[in-house]
Design a binder for this molecule. Structure first.
Ligand code: GMT
Length: 398
C-alpha cells in the first residue's frame, strides 16, 4: 500500500498541471521510470495522461482511477512496409493535448517520441511544452546511428527541457550531440514501499526460491548489452567455492544462449529461468546478491530496484552505474566480463555474513533516501514549472 501522504503535500487546484507522458510500454527501464513518475504525479493531484502503443507494463498493476491511458493505433495501408507509428503518435499527442488542455508532454526515450512530440507541438502552434528524458541507448546506440543522428540532435534541440538519468549520460549527450539546450541530470528513482526487503517474508510465491540456499538474481531484457550469460558464468565460478542458487528473470534475445550455457555447465538444478515477471520486487526481496554484468548501462534501474529490496549489487564498472552503486558499500564494481572478480566478491559476501548484512542494509538505505520519489519527483516538477513559467507569466500579464 502506498503512503504518499508521508512524502509530500497534495497539489492545490491552482498548482495542478496537466501532463502527457509517452514511453515504451514494455518492461524496459525507461517505461518503468516513466510509469512510476506518472503514478507519483497523479498521487500528488496532477492530471496525468499516458499516450502509448499499449498500456505500459507497470501501469497494469495500478488502478487507473487517477490516470488516463490513450492508445495509439496505427493505420497500415497495403502500400506501406511499416505502419507510420511516429506520425500516429504525433497526431494522438496533439488530439489529447488539445482536448484535455495539457500543459506539457513529457517523453521518455528520444526515438521516436521526441520527434512525435515536436510534430504535435507544431500542430498546436507551440501551445504545449515538451520535456524530453534521455535514457541510454537513444543516445549511445540508436540515436548515434548515422541514419538517426541528425534527427535525434534536432529533436533534442526542439525540446523546452532535456533531462538525462545520469551525469555519465549527460556527458555522452554533450559529446555526441553538442546540444544547444541545457541538459539537467535527474537520476531514476524507486518507490521504497513497493520495493522493500520485507516483501519476501509472507510471500506465497516463496517456493520459486530454494529454501536454505543463498540466492543470486539477474533481472534484464536479455539483450546482448546486458551480457546475461555472464551471470550464469559467475554462478558456475561461485559454485566451485560456495553453495548458491541463481534466479534469471526476464526474456529477450540472449535467453536461449544463457539457458544453453546453464545446460552445458550442468547447472540446471542451480539456476531457475523465470521469464518476464510482474512480481520482480518479491523475487528481489528473497535474494542476497543482484548481478548486473552489462556492457553498457546509462543508469541501471534494476540495480536500484535490487538495492531497495536489500540486495548487494555486483555490477560492471561502466556508464552511470558508479553514480549509483558505491564500490565496497552497496556492492562491488568490476571490469566488464571479469567473471572471476565478480564471483570472488559473491563468494566473499556469502562467506561473511556480517559484511553481507552491512552491504544489504547500506544499499537499502541509499535507495530509500537518495533515490526515492521524494528526492526526484520534485526535481521533475521544478523543470515542468520552469518551462511553463514564461507562458504562465504571459497569460497573467496578457
Ligand atoms: O536504452 C535502452 O536500451 C533501453 C532503456 C530501457 O528502456 O530500459 O534502458 C535504459 O534506460 C534505463 C532507465 O533509465 C536505464 O536504467 C538503463 O541503464 C538504460 N540502458 C542502457 O543504457 C543500456
Amino acid at each position: 500500500m502506498r503512503r504518499f501522504g508521508c512524502y509530500y503535500m497534495k497539489t492545490s487546484m491552482a498548482e495542478k498541471l496537466r501532463i502527457g507522458i509517452t514511453c515504451y510500454p514494455t518492461f524496459g527501464g525507461s517505461g518503468v521510470v516513466a510509469t512510476e513518475l506518472g503514478i507519483q504525479l497523479a498521487e500528488l493531484g496532477h492530471e496525468v495522461h499516458f499516450i502509448s502503443s499499449r498500456l505500459p507494463a507497470r501501469l497494469r498493476r495500478h488502478t487507473l482511477a487517477d490516470v488516463s491511458f490513450h492508445e495509439v493505433n496505427t493505420y497500415n495501408y497495403a502500400l506501406f512496409q511499416h505502419a507510420p507509428y511516429t506520425l500516429a503518435l504525433a497526431a494522438k499527442m496533439a488530439d489529447v493535448a488539445e482536448h484535455f488542455h495539457l500543459d506539457l508532454l513529457h517523453v521518455h526515450y528520444a526515438i521516436p517520441h521526441a520527434i512525435s512530440a515536436h510534430l504535435a507541438g507544431e500542430m498546436l502552434g507551440g501551445r504545449v511544452k515538451i520535456v524530453t528524458t534521455l535514457h541510454g541507448t537513444d543516445i549511445t546506440l540508436v540515436g548515434n546511428d548515422p541514419s538517426l543522428h541528425r534527427i535525434t540532435r534536432f529533436a533534442i534541440n526542439q525540446a523546452n527541457a532535456v533531462t538525462t538519468v545520469s551525469r555519465w549520460l549527460a556527458d555522452q549527450t554533450a559529446a555526441q550531440f553538442q546540444p544547444e539546450v541545457p541538459v539537467t541530470v535527474v537520476p531514476n528513482f524507486v518507490d521504497p514501499e513497493e520495493f522493500h526487503p520485507q516483501l519476501g517474508e509472507d510471500w506465497a510465491g516463496k517456493h520459486y526460491a530454494c529454501p536454505g540456499h543463498p540466492h543470486l538474481i539477474h533481472v534484464s531484457n536479455f539483450r546482448p548489452v546486458k551480457r546475461a550469460p555472464d551471470a550464469v558464468l559467475v554462478l558456475a565460478e561461485v559454485l566451485k567455492h560456495h553453495d548458491a542458487h541463481l534466479l534469471m528473470v526476464g526474456d529477450g534475445p540472449d535467453l536461449p544462449q544463457a539457458m544453453q550455457l546453464a545446460r552445458e555447465l550442468g547447472l540446471n538444478g542451480r539456476v531457475t529461468f523465470m521469464g518476464n515477471r510482474e512480481d520482480v520486487a518479491y523475487l528481489l526481496a528473497v535474494c542476497d546478491v543482484a548481478l548486473l554484468p552489462s556492457a553498457s548501462e546509462s543508469f541501471g534501474l534494476s540495480a536500484l530496484e535490487a538495492m531497495a529490496c536489500g540486495c548487494a549489487v555486483i555490477a560492471s564498472d561502466i556508464g552511470g552505474l558508479p553514480e549509483l552503486v558505491r564500490d565496497g558499500r552497496d556492492g562491488y564494481l568490476c571490469p566488464v566480463g571479469d567473471i572471476i572478480g565478480m564471483a570472488g566478491h559473491v563468494v566473499d559476501l556469502l562467506t561473511n555474513a556480517d559484511k553481507l548484512a552491512h552491504i544489504k542494509a547500506d544499499a537499502r538505505r541509499r535507495a530509500e533516501t537518495e533515490f526515492s520519489p521524494a528526492a526526484m519527483v520534485p526535481r521533475y516538477l521544478e523543470i515542468y514549472r520552469s518551462v511553463l513559467a514564461p507562458a504562465q507569466e504571459g497569460a497573467h500579464g496578457g
